[in-house]
Ligand binder design. Structure first.
Ligand code: GDP
Ligand code: MG
Length: 592
């Protein structure tokens, strides 16, 4: 079996540089989909993806071009999904590197280049959006040279207008090496994505690296030794089309009655159970959630609905975790684990949109490793569950290696921000004349509290950020409690560095004062560390009934006001005697 007609490639890019648009043009040009079927960004399947303009799930599609079989594997374009990106890259021999001609190289471009180089991919630079008046392809070329890439084969495109598309296809054929023909070796298929179908179970996207696979084969997942029988094999054109064999070099899908995505994780190797490969493909990792938050239905009757919805979402998303949690303030809900902030926002949005749930979400937190004075080791994801201060011997927290990429003129502000967020300077490099890459090690907990927004505002939107988990390190942390009307509101507790605890406490209660509406009585808000109150403010009592403002007559106005109040109430949670709006639970996140 010859593989010389196969090319497996992916497209890597910083967000918004035109990856999805270019993919659409490639599909169109090769007639893989007709104009009629053409919908913007075919590869971004979910509505949410289309709206947010991001690609969450890697997708694969086969293009036929001049007798060649080009398999395009789309990669997620966000730092939360770096591991998925790395598995998609591992399924390819080449990568199109798309760079916006007016923006130039960004943090994620670099991160992606390094990933592609790690996998020995042939990189074909594509400078896109050359139709823009601000396009400066020469400058982008210089940047690419500085990074150490060859620019002889750079292709200039406007994915929007459809220029340069044939050049891209020709370059893929000429420059991307065909896969090795290893069909005689034992089967090894790399799972680089999957989704759940309610009839057929898990549909695994695979790249056959060695050997071949046919329907009826008994297969085994190498990470957990679970065995299944292949029901169906196929390719994406872009819809699913069954085939009766997939061989080394091919990209396609496998359906084998797998009922849980957890048993078919991204990065795992599929082999034959009666003739297994000696070792799995390298690089498998079980991804762990890094960011946690509590999700509570505003209406406690929706608890079961929320549980069902989370179970459904989890079917398709092995990296989403959840377990029941109770909060004195918020009642029954779930502690959910996410890969990062974007992943968290996506899940929340889907719960609200697709399942019609109204949620109160607590501020995201990381997981802490606590050594107690009794020699116990605890892992805690919820600040409310922290042991008493005197029980704690030491606390370790997750650190990330953050790479910030920005114009030189903003370096001072960015460094100051990193330092304010307990960042430890590691390295600084010029990527070209006026662009700098800064490397810091920063506690993940600081990164998830407004860091990115502040970075953007301090650099007039020019900085980009990429980060990866580094490890756990000991920090001097304390738990900051918030008392409203004399009661600790567990959902507002947060873990902060001791040195900034007082300032954080003061700013938090000031914010809460603005966010919590006045009640019929005076409400004190206090910040405390252990039993020690460190700051206090009061919300004055409401003097008059709001309705008295619309003296008698105007019924519609009165009704409107009542409706407005009801609307506002939806996102309120009654804690003790006090109504607290959803926004208050997120106040912990914003600084200043
Ligand atoms: P992705 O995040 O890399 O997938 O980027 P998209 O393909 O979603 O493109 C981001 C935005 O840039 C969209 O509004 C596109 O319409 C626009 N865009 C993509 N390619 C071009 C191009 O060649 N020229 C211009 N002017 N805009 C483009
Ligand atoms: Mg996209």
């Amino acid at each position: 079996m010859d593989t010389s007609h196969i090319r497996n490639f992916c497209i890597i890019a910083h967000i918004d540089h035109g990856k999805s648009t270019l993919a659409d043009r490639l599909l169109e040009y090769t007639g893989t989909i007709s104009d009629r079927e053409m919908q913007d960004q075919v590869l971004d399947k979910m509505d949410l993806e289309r709206e947010r303009g991001i690609t969450i799930k890697a997708q694969a599609v086969r293009l036929n071009y001049k007798g060649y079989e080009l398999n395009l594997i789309d990669t997620p374009g966000h730092v939360d999904f770096t591991y998925e990106v790395s598995r998609s890259l591992a399924a390819c021999e080449g990568a199109l590197l798309v760079v916006d001609a007016s923006q130039g190289v960004e943090a994620q471009t670099l991160a992606n280049i390094y990933l592609a180089l790690e996998h020995d991919l042939e990189i074909i630079p594509v400078i896109n959006k050359i139709d823009l008046p601000s396009a400066d392809p020469e400058r982008v070329k210089e940047q690419l040279i500085e990074i150490g890439l060859e620019v002889d084969n750079v292709i200039l495109t406007s994915a929007k207008e459809g220029t340069g598309i044939q050049d891209v296809l020709d370059a893929i054929v000429e420059l991307v090496p065909p896969p090795e023909n290893t069909v005689n070796r034992p089967l090894r298929a790399l799972v680089f994505d999957s989704f759940y179908d309610s009839y057929q179970g898990v549909v695994a996207y695979v790249r056959i690296v060695n050997g071949e696979i046919s329907p009826g084969d008994k297969i085994m997942m190498m990470s957990n030794q679970k065995t299944y029988e292949v029901d169906e094999l196929g390719i994406f054109v872009p819809d699913m089309k069954t085939v009766n064999k997939l061989r080394a070099g091919d990209v396609g899908y496998v359906i084998a009655g797998i009922k849980d995505v957890k048993n078919c994780r991204v990065g795992d190797t599929i082999t034959l159970s009666n003739k297994p490969a000696e070792s799995p493909l390298p690089g498998y990792k079980k991804v762990k959630p890094m960011v946690f938050s509590g999700l509570y239905p505003t209406d406690s009757n929706d608890y079961e609905l929320l549980k069902d919805a989370l179970e459904k979402l989890q079917l398709n998303d092995a990296s989403l975790s959840f377990e029941p949690e109770t909060s004195e303030a918020l009642g029954f809900g779930f502690r959910c684990g996410f890969l990062g902030l974007l992943h968290m926002e996506i899940i929340q949005e889907r719960l609200e949109r697709e399942y019609g749930l109204n949620l109160v979400v607590t501020a995201p937190s990381v997981n802490y490793r606590i050594n107690t004075v009794d020699g116990e080791k605890l892992e805690i994801e919820n600040p409310a569950e922290f042991p008493e201060q005197q029980q704690i011997e030491s606390i370790e927290e997750p650190f990330v290696r953050a790479e910030i990429y920005l114009p030189e003129e903003f370096v001072g502000q960015a460094m100051e921000l990193c330092q304010d967020n307990r960042g430890e300077f590691k390295d600084m490099q010029y990527v070209d004349r006026d662009r700098v890459s800064l490397i810091y090690e920063i506690p993940l907990s600081e990164l998830i509290t407004d860091f990115f927004n502040q970075l953007k505002s301090k650099t007039r939107g020019y900085a980009t950020l990429d980060y990866e988990f580094k490890g756990y390190k000991e920090s001097n942390l304390v738990k900051l409690d918030i008392l409203i009307n004399g009661e600790v509101v567990d959902a507002l507790s947060c873990i902060v560095h001791r040195d900034s605890a007082e300032a954080r406490g003061r700013s938090l209660i000031r914010k809460l004062k603005k966010l919590i509406p006045r009640q019929m009585f005076e409400v004190p808000i206090q910040a405390a560390i252990g039993n020690k109150i460190i700051a206090r403010v009061n919300i004055k009592a409401l003097r008059k009934n709001v309705l008295q403002k619309c003296y008698g007559g105007d019924v519609t106005r009165k009704r409107k006001l009542l409706e407005k109040q009801k609307e506002g109430k939806k996102r309120m949670k009654k804690v003790g005697k006090v109504e607290i709006p959803q926004k208050a639970f997120m106040a912990v996140l914003e600084r200043n």
